[in-house]
Design a protein around this ligand. Structure first.
Ligand SMILES: [Zn+2]
Length: 387
């Protein structure tokens, strides 16, 4: 047996050997997640004049693509800071997006209120895509039973599938998302999974543990993603990478000008995500996603390391009553008993690779895929499924 590696924490961010056992440090004690952030910032974020140029090009292309259509583009809105601020910017840019909100059954009342208020004040049309709850619920329970780490996949895959379906329905070429490098950065690989688009993995988990057939569930896999982006020419763009984006400043503007209300932490507009990230991930999988999010804010100079350490030292759920009420809500909504949930929490995590997967084949073909991608890659198109 090899001895456990000595404890080390990054000298720049707050990730350490406990968070990510494979973390690597350079001679200055800076970790490889920080270095990945720097690379992403250098390649995907355009600041000052370069950002202005990039943004103007993008806006011109969006307007050109929407001539004769009722909307310029599709804007996905979760009600969180990033997408809400992007909605605000669209108004400043004089774009007329169709705003898409996906109702997966888990949005907090506050999120729904924020979304309704935003579109009303900005004068945009709202399209709500409702995911069939019986199917989503069955798939979510199947993921719990499988004990794989990425319990977000049933919801996230449907979300992405809904984005592209609505974009296609309205013949829109641009799909705008609030994803951005400066506040979302990069996650250590053990914090999430690479199986977001792996529909073989999803269907295998559903086949083993699910009870209903997925008929209406809007799944999207590697091939369908290629179909929408390559054949239909839909561009998934993240315009916040082209503006000076400061989260606190964005919140202030949203509160002052649009009566938007804050949620407390990233993605906490959604009760499932709040409980998953605040309780299940740290307790069962040893993952505290806040540490990655806070580390990104340090790297983008939006938070000091000391402030981040202080926030991370507090428990993810500062209010035990909220923890209990979220747990009760989640179990009741999923129809899961307390004992089933306790059993899930006690069962050892199972890797996604324990189930059939496209990723295995994809990895074998990846050198070829990379070559093809480099030929077709559009410079303004970049997307990440990390959240
Ligand atoms: Zn670091």
């Amino acid at each position: 047996m090899t001895a456990p590696r000595p404890y080390q924490i990054c000298s720049r961010c707050i990730l350490d050997t406990n968070d990510y056992p494979e973390i690597e440090f350079d001679n200055d004690g800076i970790c490889n997640i920080c270095r990945t952030f720097d690379k992403l910032r250098a390649t995907q974020v355009f600041e000052k004049e370069a950002g202005e140029k990039k943004l103007n090009e993008l806006l011109a292309n969006i307007r050109q693509s929407s001539k004769g259509k009722p909307y310029d583009c599709l804007l996905t809105l979760s009600g969180g800071t990033d997408s809400s601020y992007l909605a605000y910017l669209c108004k400043q840019w004089k774009l007329n997006p169709l705003v898409l909100h996906v109702d997966n059954g888990w949005n907090s009342e506050l999120a729904v209120k924020n979304i309704e208020e935003l579109v009303k004040r900005l004068g945009f049309d709202l399209y709500t895509f409702v995911i069939d709850w019986q199917e989503l619920r069955d798939l979510q329970i199947a993921y719990f039973k499988s004990s794989v780490i990425d319990l977000d996949i049933p919801s996230e895959n449907a979300l992405l599938g809904a984005f592209f379906r609505v974009c296609r329905k309205y013949r829109l070429k641009y799909l705008l998302s609030g994803h951005n490098v400066m506040t979302e950065g990069w996650l250590p690989p053990n914090f999430t999974s690479q199986y977001k688009l792996d529909t073989m993995n999803l269907r295998a988990i559903q086949k083993k543990y699910g009870t209903v057939k997925l008929k209406k569930y809007p799944s999207i896999g590697f091939f369908r993603y290629q179909y929408y982006t390559r054949l239909c020419g839909i561009k998934f763009v993240n315009p916040l990478n082209f503006v000076e984006y400061n989260k606190e400043e964005a919140k202030r503007i949203l509160k002052d000008e649009l009566d938007w209300q804050e949620y407390g932490a990233k993605h906490y507009e959604n009760v499932f995500t709040r409980f998953y990230q605040g309780y299940i991930l740290p307790e069962k999988y040893g993952v505290d996603k806040r540490k990655a999010h806070l580390s990104t804010l340090i790297c983008s100079d939006q938070l000091t390391r000391n402030e981040a350490l202080k926030i991370a030292a507090a428990p993810p759920y500062s209010d035990p009553e909220l923890l209990q009420s979220d747990k009760n809500f989640l179990l009741k909504k999923l129809g899961m008993s307390d004992s089933d949930f306790e059993l899930f929490m006690k069962t050892a995590p199972v890797p996604h690779s324990a189930f059939p997967s496209y990723l295995k084949y994809y990895r074998k073909l990846s050198p070829l895929v990379r070559r093809i991608k480099s030929v077709f890659r559009s410079p303004e198109s970049s997307s990440s499924l990390q959240s």
